[in-house]
Design a binder for this molecule. Sequence first.
Ligand code: GAR
Length: 207
Amino acid sequence: MSEMENRMDRTPIAVLVSGGGTNLQALIDAQESGTLKSGVLRVVISANPRAFALERARKAGIEALVLPSAGFEQALAEALEAREIDMIILAGFMRILSAEFTSRWPRRILNIHPALIPSFCGQGYYGLKVHEAALARGVKVTGATVHYVNEIPDGGEIILQKPVEVLPGDTPEVLQRRVMEQAEWILLPQAAELVAAELAAKGEQNR
Ligand code: GAR
C-alpha cells in the first residue's frame, strides 16, 4: 500500500487548545513515533491567538487555525466540515462546548481532565484549579481521565484513567507537573489511538 493510501485510512483529527499545549505535544510525539497510527492530526484550533500550542502545531507542520471567540462554534463547525474531520480532541481546551454542538459528534470528541473523575470535575474545575482543590481536600491519590464529551461538563463516558500519588509538600504546580508526566501525556495518545482505530474501522465498513 502506498503512503498516500495508507494515510487515507487514518481518522482525520482536529485538536482544540487554549494554552501551552503540552498535551498537544504528546499527541504530535505519538504521531511521529508511530504510537498514534490510526489517526492523523490534521488541524489545531484555538480561540486564543497567543496560545503557545499553535506554535507547536506550526513547528510540526500541522495547520494552526485561530477562530473568533464570538461565534466560535459556528466557525468551528464550518472549519471541521471543510477539512473532513472525523474526531475532535480537547487538549487543554478551556471553553465548554454547547449541547447543540456535542450532540452532533457522539463518541467523537475526547477530553483530557487532570483528576480522577468524578472527583474535582465539572464547571469551574480546570487547569491549576483542579490541583488546588485536590490539595485542599487532602486526597492522597489523584490522576487523569480521558473521557468522551457530551452535554454535561466532564460527564461523558470514561475511556481511560491513571492514578498519580500526591506527595507531602506538593504545591499545585508541582502536582500538576507530576500528573502531566505520569498520566496525561501517556493517557491522551493511548486514548486517541484507541478511538481513532475504532472510527477508522467503522469508516472501512461504510465504504
Ligand atoms: C492540562 O493539565 C489539562 O488536563 C487541563 O489543562 C492543562 C492544559 O495543559 N485541562 C483541563 O483542565 C480541562 N478541564 P496543556 O495546554 O499543556 O496541555
